[in-house]
Design a protein around this ligand. Structure first.
Ligand SMILES: [Zn+2]
Length: 479
């Protein structure tokens, strides 16, 4: 079984385009594997504890759990609307998850990997994390543009420093694989920095944060939200009663790389669990050249875009526009441009003209099999998470088929046959005509097959039209 995860999303805001990006990519991979006969366990969910949720709930006058229920429902609903088919949706307020976390942590505490000490340092409420001096610019958190609080308190630490050499070894040798390579190097650089890895605070005083899982051996503390959240990848399997540990691939954006690349494998090693096979880290994207932020008011709601242009076009665009492991930009005008050229003019047009001509000339066409499947290029690209590369190949096949029609001019074949003999086509021309359209129909079937993970809903429609031979514009041009 293939086990694939997205991070669980923090519920202090409703799902935005960044959440959708990771989750759509995971869904494409899950659909791709399922389509090739693999069993898949695709996990996503919501991260529901912590100070930010407590505050967001208070702002709405709701109890944290009521607020969490409302927000989790929004995420579930969004994924359903975007044709994202996860196999399980984990919520960290699930009692079984909380139980799993306390048991796991107790083991680490008993064996000395968790200990109590005084923490003196800086805390960013935005990050919901203790931060280091190097994370500051002009005394402010780089991510949140906020002055961190100075804190001195008793907390529990996880002995990350103990795992430094182990982490270095498993990352260097790809036993624990981090992709793309630049991200792996970034993590190694972090391990190798002067002073090395420091132990990580994993609890907060429950006088400051109430909305969290209490430490089973000390009720004055709750788990730091990240410690609790990371364990969802394990607890979900217990709740779903499925055994497919370890994950084949864990997808995430780069801002949470350090947690997943250092703390996570160290916790797993301490708990004597085997390690995920691969972390794949995708880039950030800007919105029309600007950072997406509430302050700028440019947070994009993926559901609005999908409503306007369709699910498939949104999914297609996000993975087509820039390479999955790199930073990029989202701009609605570029979505429209790509939609009009690659979906309306190339794919929609190919489908439409093929079916229209078959109908007009009343030719029975039997599709041939596997016109471009055998070369394996698209499979290779999807397996390597080069979604852009796969979509470029698919588009190349569509463009090729349109050029083939322009070159063969099948309508001329019909015209000349009709002129020479008024009833029907001459045998030879008829044969050629059938050949041409058998080729085109096969290409369209293949394109549908490869596009299915990217745009499942639209592909169903393409397949329906190929069967019924009733053409309807599937990607009407956007003016
Ligand atoms: Zn911050």
């Amino acid at each position: 079984m293939k086990y694939i995860t997205t991070p669980i999303y923090y519920i202090n805001a409703k799902p935005h385009l960044g959440h959708a990006y990771t989750t759509i990519a995971a869904d494409v991979l899950a659909r791709y594997w399922r389509g090739r006969g693999q069993k898949v366990f695709f996990l996503t969910g919501t991260d529901e504890h912590g100070l930010k949720v407590e505050r967001a709930a208070a702002k709405e006058g709701l109890a944290p759990k009521v607020f969490a229920d409302k927000m989790a429902a929004q995420f579930l609903e969004a994924w359903k609307k975007l044709d994202i088919n996860c196999d399980f949706f984990i919520r960290t307020t699930d009692k079984a998850h909380e139980k799993y976390v306390t048991e796991f942590a107790s083991k680490l505490y008993r064996q000395g990997d968790i200990y109590k000490d005084i923490y003196r340092g800086l805390y960013c409420v935005g990050c919901e994390a203790y931060i280091q001096d190097d994370d500051l610019v002009d005394g402010k958190c780089l991510l949140h543009n906020q002055v961190p609080q100075k804190i001195k308190e008793d907390v529990y630490f996880f002995r990350l420093s103990k795992y430094q050499e182990h982490l270095k070894k498993i990352i260097e040798t790809d036993i624990f694989r981090i992709e793309p390579k630049e991200r792996k190097n970034e993590v190694l650089g972090f391990i190798n920095q002067e002073g090395g890895l420091k132990d990580v605070a994993i609890s907060r005083s429950s006088s400051k944060v109430k909305w969290g899982i209490p430490l089973p051996w000390d009720k004055e503390h709750v788990f730091y939200v990240w410690f609790d959240a990371l364990l969802n990848y394990l607890s979900a399997l217990k709740i779903a009663q499925i055994s497919c540990w370890p994950p084949d691939i864990q997808l995430m954006a780069k801002e949470i790389l350090r947690f997943h690349a250092l703390l996570w494998p160290a916790i797993l090693s301490a708990g004597e669990e085997s390690l995920p096979k691969k972390l794949f880290v995708h880039g950030y994207f800007t919105i029309e050249g600007k950072k997406m932020s509430k302050t700028l008011g440019n947070v994009v709601d993926p559901l609005e875009i999908a409503k306007k242009y369709g699910n498939g076009p949104l999914r297609y665009f996000l993975l087509r526009e820039f390479p999955f492991g790199e930073d990029g930009d989202y701009a609605e005008k570029n979505l429209i441009r790509r939609y009009n050229s690659e979906l309306a003019d190339d794919l929609g047009n190919l489908l439409q003209r093929t079916i229209v001509m078959i109908n007009r000339f009343k030719i029975k066409v039997t599709a041939r099999q596997r016109e471009f499947r055998h070369n394996g290029i698209i499979e290779e690209k999807i397996e390597n998470l080069d979604f852009q590369g796969a979509l470029v190949e698919i588009n190349r096949a569509v463009k090729g088929a349109n050029a083939y029609i322009d070159k063969e001019k099948p309508w001329k074949l019909v015209d000349s046959a009709r002129k020479s003999k008024e009833i029907g086509l001459e045998t030879e021309e008829k044969k050629r005509f059938e050949e041409i359209f058998a080729h085109l129909i096969s290409i369209l079937h293949q394109v549908a097959y490869y596009l299915e993970p990217f745009m499942p809903r639209e592909v169903l429609e393409i397949q329906r039209q190929l069967k019924s031979l009733k053409p309807e514009p599937i990607f009407p041009k956007i003016k």
